[in-house]
Write a protein that binds this ligand. Structure first.
Ligand code: NI
Ligand code: MN
Length: 228
């Protein structure tokens, strides 16, 4: 059994009983977050790409919890240069961790760390396919729709798909609906919406449209937890 908590935006924690993982822990500066970094004590931190709304508090969380950052190679090296313990991977590769297996998938997006000093490119963005105890989770990262999602959906059963619906920077609801059809997961949870004005969407409308297509969906509010 896995306990899934939504942190807002694209952030989720997964508790497997023994291990806590977090994906894209954007808490500080996230207007939709109700949790603080102190609320989560991750063993592993998975980061899809270098944008600050995904890398978020990863470096601070890694330092505070002796956690390992799992990320695509260039982003992992960037994190290592800032003092983090890392496990570097790349698209198409998978690795068995103590908590389960992680495979990196394609994502159509950009990846860079941008601050007052300038812009540091951090390679390709990714999604994560997680084989956790008793369930398979697909976190699409920030991405536009791509037809290889059919392949990801056909490769095995996905119990939970986390899909961006915000539009502008990623898929909007129309494309996310197509993605859900291709992935045919047991449950879809929308993410990456309503954090900023430019990505405002109605997640309940999206979930209603999923239901019409025969796909289960669930809107999670930040801080909410359920068991999978
Ligand atoms: Ni992004
Ligand atoms: Mn983003």
């Amino acid at each position: 059994m896995v306990e899934v908590t939504y942190l807002g935006h694209s952030g989720f924690t997964f508790k497997t009983g023994k291990y806590t993982l977090v994906i894209d822990p954007f808490l500080t500066g996230n207007p939709s977050a109700v949790n603080t970094p102190a609320d989560i004590q991750p063993d592993y931190i998975l980061v899809t790409h270098g944008h600050t709304d995904h890398l978020g508090d990863a470096l601070q969380l890694a330092a505070a919890n002796n956690a390992v950052i799992i990320a695509p190679h260039e982003l992992a090296q960037f994190c290592a240069s800032r003092g983090a313990a890392i496990h570097s991977m790349h698209i198409g590769g998978s690795f068995g961790f103590p908590f389960g297996r992680v495979k990196l998938t394609t994502a159509l997006h950009g990846s860079a760390f941008i601050d007052d000093e300038g812009i540091t490119y951090t390679g390709n963005p990714v999604g994560f396919l997680l084989e956790l105890p008793g369930c398979v989770v697909y976190h699409a990262g920030d991405t536009g729709l791509f037809s290889d999602m059919k392949m990801i959906g056909d490769a095995g059963t996905i119990d939970l798909a986390l899909l961006p619906i915000g539009d502008n920077f990623t898929m909007g609801p129309d494309d996310a609906l197509i993605a859900a059809g291709w992935l045919h997961p047991g449950l879809v949870v929308p993410m990456h919406y309503n954090t900023f004005e430019v990505i405002e969407q109605d997640p309940h409308d999206f979930v209603s449209r999923l239901a019409v297509a025969g796909i289960a969906g669930r809107v999670m509010t930040p801080g909410e937890t359920f068991s999978l």
